[in-house]
Design a protein around this ligand. Sequence first.
Ligand code: WTA
Length: 651
Amino acid sequence: MPDIETLLHEKRVFKPSSEFAKRANWSKKTTNEYRKLGAKSPERFWAKMAREYVTWFTPWKQVLRWKPPFARWFVGGKLNVSYNCLDRHLEGENAWRRNKAAILWEGEPGDSRTLTFAELHREVCKFANVLKDLGVKKGDRVALYMPMIPELAIAMLACTRIGAPHSIVFGGFSAEALRDRINDAGARTVVTADGGFRRGKSVLLKAAVDEALTGAPGVENVVVVRRTGDPVAMQSGRDRWWHDVMAEASAKCPPAKLDSEHPLFILYTSGTTGKPKGVLHTTGGYLTHVASTSHAIFDLKEDDTFWCTADIGWVTGHSYVVYGILANGATTVMYEGAPTHPGPDRLWSIVEKYGVTVFYTAPTAIRTFVRLGDEHPKKHDLSSLRLLGTVGEPINPEAWMWYHRVIGGRRCPIVDTWWQTETGGILITPLPAAVNTKPGSATLAFPGIAADVYTEEGVPVRPSDGGFLVLTKPWPGMLRGIWGDPQRYREQYWSKFENIYFAGDGAHRDRQGYFWIMGRIDDVMNISGHRLGTMEVESALVSHEDVAEAAVVGRPDDLTGTAIVAFVTPKGGIRVDGELVGTLRDHVAHQIGAIAKPADIRFTDALPKTRSGKIMRRLLRDIASGRETVGDTTTLEDYSVLARLRESDET
Ligand code: WTA
């Protein structure tokens, strides 16, 4: 892990301003008390969070039942997520929130919509009734393949209202990827739109659904939102327009009283095999985790305007565009399109337009803006901002400093939050009033979270040594399993160290115990903060008729963090040229989605392998990033392969 060296020299420390600290939701004192409680008894700490941040219909009998690696939180408790995000803001002492904005939505073409809590509640109840009328029952999976429009949040909350777990598939994934996910989850209902706007063009979603459904015979109903006005084919008996079914739906729908461990959603994410895994989250623990972290880390206040730029198709959007934010009765901003459309200042114009106060984005976006130049944010009044956050990948200290200086005007604390699809919510993070920050470090574990860095032997590393990031105790937002595959759940997360959660990230801790996350150490790449397995891209490549074999690795990239490099052995007699490169890149986009397109494709007549036939990825990584290969190559099957690969055209 060579980056450890550079980060070890990062000496800058930023203290929370006393002005910020004075008003903070979690003062230094509170945070320290919680830290102590969380260390002594995570269960007592999380029970406190569950009481404070969640409304329960029936109290739990036991905080945690832990039969490693299977956890159950708030056993016996009953609740409803949509009730917590909506109804409780319409009654009692919070009733004044009825007409407060829940969602401030901005479409890419510049159109906008505001939904108050009362309006959102009404739409959610109506769509819950639509789902019921379509025969969706408690426990049935509903696939959502939608652009970033309010109907996506409405559909999610409607699912939670009736206890139908949703499976959201990011709109940038291809029809093939959608089909696999629909089939794996066994969804019988799909909600989509004609399309969505991205960089001034429409992305045709319904057409992709039609293609996906040619191989998904289980799907009985499709509901289609009209967003772009693109012509779509409606299959009678199966497809219905959102506006037609909503026009007839009743706005009365009592929230289902669901068990704390009732499945809330499945979200597919890349792992180390070719097949994405359906990460399963449940109700009570997840909501406790995302609601409490939203309040503590983002310091959400009644008058805040919170904007997380993530697409809801990723876990960040699930937890911190929708559930954690609305559970706090806070206003969330949703933006449909590309961050640089129609101009490089689009995000900053949105910050100014809505008076965004808390802003949460990804390092890859920050690096893009650094490159675009300071003049774009400087054109806008960003003085409403008071807190900034990052998530998705390690942030390099210089990008952190730029964010601090140019966006935060040197006054906003920055929370660098580490977590994963599997963790449900944030686990390692500064608390803005209580923790000094260091550029590039996610700092300390949230109270009640037991994080550590282990050596290969399963003991904590010495300060400053690199190792594996682990969680030594269960936490409420943790995944409960992989949909339909308990074996893979055990193997992937709980078998490297017994009963210890293995995150798949490399990290080290400095002398103050601060965590410095170094990135993935397995065969998962982090492209612009999005996870992709090397195996997934390899499977996509070899599914093309011209390809005999393929190996995929990541190489460092200034903008996207990691770029995909594919080494491809074509079948005999296939002509290798620029056209084949284009064909293969399009093929991968068709199989997975545009985010998976390799940046480089290099052709080779053989891949370097060990005598036992394993591809030597370390060598390929070195070649891909232009580093000289060092280390032991005596197990190489064919020495000449290496030399030829290095010479192979970079196309
Ligand atoms: C990486 C996104 C460094 C990490 C919420 C993790 C980070 C993967 C950070 C999960 C951070 C996320 N610093 N690395 N603050 N946050 N990561 O599942 O490699 O899309 O394992 O969840 O992103 O990506 P996922």
